[in-house]
Design a protein around this ligand. Structure first.
Ligand code: MRU
Length: 326
């Protein structure tokens, strides 16, 4: 299949919310049609659609689906809001949809949320790429690319903008245990766009940083608190600490919909705890001894003091960070 870019991550078909099924990548590129709100909630929980901005866009179209099916909107909103707790874009998008007085306007609002996210991706890409030298090697974690957004990307949006500007850019992609968003998704989409990518076991990041092989670490985020603390995929905090240890700048690229001025610091960000089986098993096979416990927090919090810059569609923010409500 010839896949257009920006990627068609979420679409409204007239009857269903159609998603690229990210659980099946990179093996197969298939779409999943959610014809009920419950199916969409399951798709969000299973990470068929994932990444903070993409979750927000999917939830917005979920409200279109609820209206199409004649379901009570308040109840649908509550079920969508209960899918994943950390990505603030989910609650931001649902709040925007709740402000639409006439249900006939829901589709236009969902389309607007998607279009704005694409535009924010391009703008933050442009602002962020100016931070990168030429040539440049970037280390990233998880997937903060087209697949995690309306189609362009945040951290990878910066990489794409640098590539489009003619910079010679290469990427180390942390594999991102336990669900391998880096190995499966970041590697897939960079390869699809012709950008050289090398997948690393998460534990090898320290070594390539120590060897001086990385010019910048760039990640996305699920939520940024008013003081600049960053919640992102588990494993981001150690990467930021390692980057500081080796004098490499650690940047975070987000749309403003990921900034939560109502949350004072990272201590108040709810962190999703996922099924321990994601840690116990690989490819369905259990590899830990029966009876032992596993701890599976999906995100961690990087203290603002480790973040050299936060890039948004408005430009490059430097510490000290003080994000206030618009
Ligand atoms: O659990 P996931 O795959 O939804 O986690 C995604 C991340 O941690 C991303 O880095 C974050 O949402 C930013 S996406 C532009």
């Amino acid at each position: 299949m010839n896949l257009p870019f920006p990627f068609p991550v979420v679409r409204w078909t007239g009857q269903s919310v159609r998603l690229i099924d990210q659980t099946r990548l990179p093996g197969e590129l298939v779409f999943r049609d959610c014809t009920t709100v419950d199916q969409l909630c399951a798709a969000i929980r299973e990470l068929a659609v994932r990444g903070a901005p993409a979750i927000g866009v999917a939830a917005a179209f979920g409200m279109v689906l609820a209206n199409h099916r004649g379901e009570p909107l308040d109840e649908a909103r509550a079920r969508l809001a209960a899918t994943r707790p950390t990505a603030v874009n989910l609650f931001w998008a649902l709040e925007r949809m709740a402000q639409v007085a006439d249900p006939d306007g829901l589709l236009a609002e969902a389309e607007a949320i998607m279009a704005e996210d694409l535009a924010m991706g391009r703008a933050m890409g442009e602002a962020g790429q100016a931070l990168l030298p030429d040539p440049c090697t970037v280390l990233t974690h998880c997937n903060a690319g087209g697949l995690a957004t309306a189609g362009y990307g945040t951290a990878l949006g910066v990489v794409y903008a640098a590539h489009e500007a003619g910079k010679r850019i290469t990427v180390f992609a942390d594999e991102t245990r336990p669900l391998l968003q880096g190995a499966r998704l970041t590697a897939w989409e960079l390869q699809a766009r012709g950008i050289p990518v090398t997948v690393l076991p998460d534990v090898a990041a320290a070594t390539v940083l120590r060897q001086g092989r990385v010019d910048a670490v760039i990640t996305g985020a699920d939520r940024i608190a008013a003081n600049g603390d960053v919640a992102n995929k588990i494993g981001t905090y150690p990467l930021a600490a390692l980057a500081a240890r080796h004098g490499v700048p650690f940047y975070v690229a987000v749309p403003s919909s990921t900034i939560d001025p109502a949350t004072a610091s990272g201590d108040s960000i709810p962190i999703e705890e996922r099924d321990p089986d994601e840690v116990h098993r690989f490819g369905g096979e259990r590899f830990t001894p029966e009876g032992v416990a596993a701890h599976n927090p999906a995100f961690d919090v990087t203290p603002a003091e480790l973040v050299a810059a936060i890039v948004t569609e408005d430009g490059v923010h430097r510490p000290p960070y003080r994000f206030a409500s618009a």
